[in-house]
Design a protein around this ligand. Structure first.
Ligand code: GLP
Length: 244
């Protein structure tokens, strides 16, 4: 694992955007694995800036998002579809047909998940996968006690995740209790992984994932077995890390 310590959120966002941009410059038809949540918003802003400065071009790029809430339609303002259109896709020249996000309202969920993994495979695999991390160590929506061998699937969300995500919803009842997520197997097949974490709330999850033992109770700990993981952490999130 390559641990890149930075001072703050801004520096983390710029470094992450530079990594994605380099990938796109080296391979114009790159396949990007994208994440949602608060963490990558700054990175998306930087990518939009680079696009506006004509330093990067999304016309041949394909994207696959990590996850989507079960039961939310694309136009629901809390859906990850909506988030991605708002934060990135509507602001750059990516082709609509090259955008892939799991559908939270698919009639046949199993088919939706299986065909998602198939589509990733047919696109040649993910060149660079961006990840955030949950306070409980989840990646995508792969919650503690995860099955490391699972591909994309429907997940029951952990109590901690539901609580943490409730900040985006009007009431607790509205917070989805399940989601569709790329599985660990899918994530681990990405060629390069960039995990972003900022703020003290993530310090314990970062410590357990990097210094702790690899176990299903800490889903991100499996990343220790991947041969090209870059973790960009600010000082607050890195504060418990040892030997880095
Ligand atoms: C969400 C997402 C994850 C994200 C994580 C952290 O539940 N499914 O992909 O990494 O929580 O979110 P945030 O970046 O808002 O802290």
């Amino acid at each position: 694992m390559r641990i890149i310590r930075v001072n703050d959120y801004d520096e983390m966002s710029k470094k992450a955007a530079s990594m994605v941009a380099s990938q796109m410059i080296l391979k114009s038809d790159s396949v990007l694995g994208l994440a949602t949540g608060d963490t990558p918003i700054g990175m998306y802003k930087e990518l939009v800036k680079l696009y506006n400065n004509k330093e990067i071009d999304f016309s041949d790029v394909k994207s696959f998002n990590l996850d989507e809430y079960y039961g939310l339609s694309d136009d629901n303002t809390q859906s990850y579809h909506y988030y991605m259109m708002n934060n990135l896709f509507n602001k750059v020249n990516i082709k609509r047909e090259n955008i892939n996000i799991l559908s939270g309202i698919a009639k046949d969920i199993e088919k939706e998940c299986l065909s998602y993994d198939e589509k990733i495979k047919n696109a040649g695999g993910i060149d660079i996968q961006i990840l955030g991390i949950g306070v409980n160590g989840h990646i995508g929506f792969n919650e503690p006690s995860v099955n490391f061998e699972a591909g994309t699937h429907l997940v029951n969300l952990d109590k901690k995740t539901i609580e943490s995500n409730s900040r985006f919803f009007e009431s607790m009842e509205e917070v989805p209790k399940s989601a569709l997520s790329m599985g660990i197997k899918t994530i681990m097949q990405s060629k390069v992984i960039v995990l972003l974490a900022n703020g003290e709330a993530k310090a314990e999850a970062i410590y357990k994932s990097i210094n702790g033992k690899i176990c299903p109770e800490v889903p991100a700990s499996i990343l220790q077995l991947h041969n090209n993981v870059n973790v960009i952490v600010d000082e607050a999130a890195a504060k418990l890390l040892k030997n880095y």
